[in-house]
Design a binder for this molecule. Structure first.
Ligand SMILES: Cc1cc2nc3c(=O)[nH]c(=O)nc-3n(C[C@H](O)[C@H](O)[C@H](O)COP(=O)(O)OP(=O)(O)OC[C@H]3O[C@@H](n4cnc5c(N)ncnc54)[C@H](O)[C@@H]3O)c2cc1C
Length: 427
């Protein structure tokens, strides 16, 4: 049998806080009832807590100590967020302690004064605890798009206590990650999506699959917060004849391809090399990858590009740097692609069966623009607040609208997740 330590510590913390609430709650109650009692009753009340009132506070220290030991990151976040109320509570508890000791020794109006201090300290400590307990009221959040940006937004908003509906047009979560994971050795990327799926299950996020949400669908949910994480669409129509070309999405989504394929990649990240690698595993497919950069996969990190290059050399994928695609024309059922040389006068041309263009994505932002006029913040993210870790515009008078991930600009998984995390943690 394995011991679930987080659970054990959570139960211990719960017991410590419960003991504090019951035992010190009684003491605080005595303090706050002081003004309503006669002098004789006051002495009687104070005597009833005299032997152990200070020990009762120790339960709170134990609870917070356990939080620090078992969940140090949460301890940092919680105490940073509650810095002011905790400070006020400690001042109140100290005042109460001093007043408790002094009222016994004081006489006449001095005792009366310390009785009032005892009341005031108890009141301040209780009030500060009440403020700490009251967080932001839960709100209704609608997230559109189940790629990494939308998944992280739904997770964080749900962890924050909001009720979250997630619309996803496809029958599965993951967005472009599901395409990326189809390229042989990149298949483990799907672990990102699996992890998010378990988190959304745990948090009971209301996921609406197979729903291409429009503005009416979003408004029907009467949201307070709307996060548009609709990702992007391939931006492959960039030269004359671009409409004749395929995108990396077309290829990796399982399109039937044979013959000679030229992959033109001016993005430099994972998409182009993933596609070329995938194609080079197909029987009867010859692959060349052409880029205007000085090397293939120029934007890729050092942990990944050597693997792609090993595969390309091993499988005979031709790599041609320094050439920019200028046009594609159909020629006898084949495609004629022209390239200029980035550094020389003489360009090159190729005649192939297929041209695949990887040029990043264009934001799929129609939904964002159709909601913008109705949003309380007009869809504007307050970047000063974002960078300072402060809350965005309150949603009073309508919903607050934001967009994240590739719906803003063609980037990557890390950027999509980080966009959502740093925005939603303060909503
Ligand atoms: C082949 C390929 C390989 C890649 N490899 C890597 C890599 O190795 N590392 C890396 O960091 N990045 C990689 N990327 C890029 C990365 O996958 C994207 O940058 C990232 O997925 C963007 O996340 P997103 O959530 O913003 O958008 P997306 O992943 O595009 O998700 C958007 C989601 O919104 C849904 N949607 C759109 N409109 C609606 C609507 N109206 N209603 C409901 N749902 C809607 C879509 O169905 C989709 O599921 C790769 C991309 C591709 C195509």
């Amino acid at each position: 049998m394995t011991l679930d330590l987080p659970l054990v510590f959570t139960v211990l913390m719960g017991l410590a806080i419960l003991a504090y609430v019951v035992l010190d709650g009684y003491d605080l109650g005595v303090g706050m009832l002081m003004p309503a009692a006669t002098a004789r009753e006051q002495n009687f009340m104070v005597s009833s807590i005299g032997p152990f009132w200070d020990a009762n506070e120790t339960w709170l220290v134990l609870g917070v100590g356990l939080l620090l030991v078992a969940f140090p990151a949460a301890h940092g976040i919680v105490l940073t967020a509650l810095y002011l109320p905790v400070f006020v509570m400690l001042v109140g508890l100290m005042l109460r302690g001093v007043a408790f000791e002094f009222r016994i020794k004081a006489e006449g109006w001095h005792r009366e004064l310390w009785n009032w201090m005892f009341w005031f300290g108890s009141f301040v400590a209780s009030f500060a605890q009440g403020i700490s307990r009251s967080g932001a009221a839960p709100r209704k959040a609608v997230v559109i798009g189940g790629g990494p940006a939308g998944l992280e937004a739904a997770r964080v908003l749900s962890e924050r206590g909001h009720r979250v509906v997630l619309f996803e047009a496809a029958a599965e979560l993951g967005g472009q990650v599901t395409i990326a994971a189809r390229a042989n050795w990149r298949r483990d990327l799907i672990g990102i999506v699996d992890w998010f799926r378990t988190q959304l299950d745990r948090l009971r996020v209301d996921v609406r699959w197979n729903t291409l949400a429009d503005a009416d669908d979003v408004m029907a949910e009467e949201p307070d917060i709307v996060i548009v994480a609709t990702g992007g669409i391939p931006d492959s129509d960039l030269v004359p004849g671009g409409d004749l070309c395929l995108s990396t999405w077309d290829v990796l989504s399982g399109g039937e391809i044979s013959g000679s394929v030229l992959v033109y990649d001016d993005n430099g990240q994972h998409q182009g090399p993933s596609c070329a690698d995938y194609l080079s595993d197909r029987p009867g497919v010859d692959v060349e990858i052409v880029t205007p950069d000085r090397a293939v996969a120029i934007e890729m990190g050092a942990l990944n590009y050597p693997i792609f290059l090993q595969h390309f050399y091993a499988k005979g994928v031709k790599m041609t740097p320094d050439h920019r695609l200028t046009s594609v024309i159909r020629e006898n059922n084949r495609l004629h692609a022209e390239f200029s040389n980035e550094f020389g006068q003489r360009g090159i041309h190729r005649v192939v069966d297929h041209v695949v263009v990887e040029h990043g994505t264009l934001p799929a932002d129609e939904l964002y623009w159709s909601l913008r006029d109705r949003a309380a913040n007009e869809g504007v993210t307050d970047y000063t607040a974002l960078l300072a870790g402060r809350e965005q515009l309150s949603a009073t008078g309508g919903f607050a609208l934001f967009r994240v991930g590739d719906a803003v600009s063609s980037r990557n998984i890390h950027a999509a997740i980080y966009d959502s995390l740093r925005l939603c943690k303060d909503l």
